[in-house]
Design a protein around this ligand. Structure first.
Ligand code: NAD
Ligand code: ZN
Length: 240
């Protein structure tokens, strides 16, 4: 079985991480759309860092839920597998099934990684998984301010990540495309899902609400991810 899984913030909702459009949480109180921009970082890097450190702290205490874990199960049963996530949290990497996890080559974080701190000027970067400093970190290579390693509004995607997604989608048709917990508001998400499925492939959407992908889906499951994903994964493994 060749499988593409696409996920968004909704898959981490039941782990207690607020979605972008969901009620409450940092996205509402801080006005995410204004803060997650290169301009905000230029004008007020301290506030941007405060917000990202709060998000990091929230993710560090969160644990993967049944949906994250079931995706690892699917990965270990598939002949070829790619997990394309818009999430910047690390719950997909921390998820486990039978002691195994998704391998780095099975995972593309298309919108970056919350725990990466990278230079705003040069290519210097590091991971800040365990702790955070204060203020605006300075680049050890060139002294410029460092920023979170995520893709902000108005920025392009990382070409290397795009190339990995394109390679999987272009190589061969997927037998199943599973899309869970995303509004699919970005055109490239719909494009990748449709191209991977091809004319005869299956697109299974798991989302309590209708999305822009819904009309292209061959199966739509209006349930929370932690309930529906494990069931769909077992079904795919049993029936191909
Ligand atoms: P979104 O917030 O725009 O949409 C979340 C989607 O999840 C909605 O369609 C909603 O109906 C659905 N949803 C809510 N609860 C669900 C549940 N229990 N099970 C299944 N689906 C559920 O998220 P998006 O489409 O991923 O796009 C938002 C952007 O914000 C992305 O770029 C992402 O990088 C970023 N973001 C990431 C995180 C994270 O890393 N966890 C959190 C918030 C936002
Ligand atoms: Zn630098």
């Amino acid at each position: 079985m060749r499988v593409l899984v696409i996920t968004g913030a909704g898959i981490s909702a039941e782990s207690g991480i607020p979605t972008f459009r969901g009620a409450g949480g940092l996205w509402r109180t801080f006005n995410a759309a204004a803060l997650a921009t290169p301009e905000a970082f230029q004008n007020d890097p301290e506030t941007v860092w405060t917000w990202y450190r709060e998000r990091r702290a929230g993710v560090r205490t969160a644990v993967p839920n049944a949906a994250h874990n079931a995706i690892v199960k699917l990965a270990s049963h598939a002949r070829e597998f790619l997990l394309l996530t818009q999430n910047v949290d690390d719950l997909h990497s921390r998820a486990r099934w039978n002691g195994s996890s998704v391998t780095p080559d099975q995972l593309v974080q298309i919108h970056g990684d919350l725990f990466v701190t990278r230079c705003s000027r040069c290519t210097c970067s590091r991971r800040d998984e365990n702790g955070d400093g204060t203020g605006v970190p300075a680049c050890p290579c060139c002294g410029a301010p460092m920023r979170p390693g995520v893709v902000w509004f108005g920025e392009g995607l990382d070409p290397h990540s795009v190339a990995r997604a394109e390679r999987f989608v272009g190589d061969a048709r997927a037998d199943a495309v599973l899309v869970a917990g995303t509004t699919a508001a970005f055109p490239y998400i719909i494009d990748w899902a449709r191209r991977a499925a091809g004319s005869s492939g299956r697109i299974i959407e798991i989302n309590p609400d209708e999305t822009q992908l819904s009309r292209f889906a061959t199966t739509v499951i209006r349930e929370p991810a932690a309930i529906a994903v494990p069931r769909i994964v077992d079904d795919l493994i049993a029936n191909g």
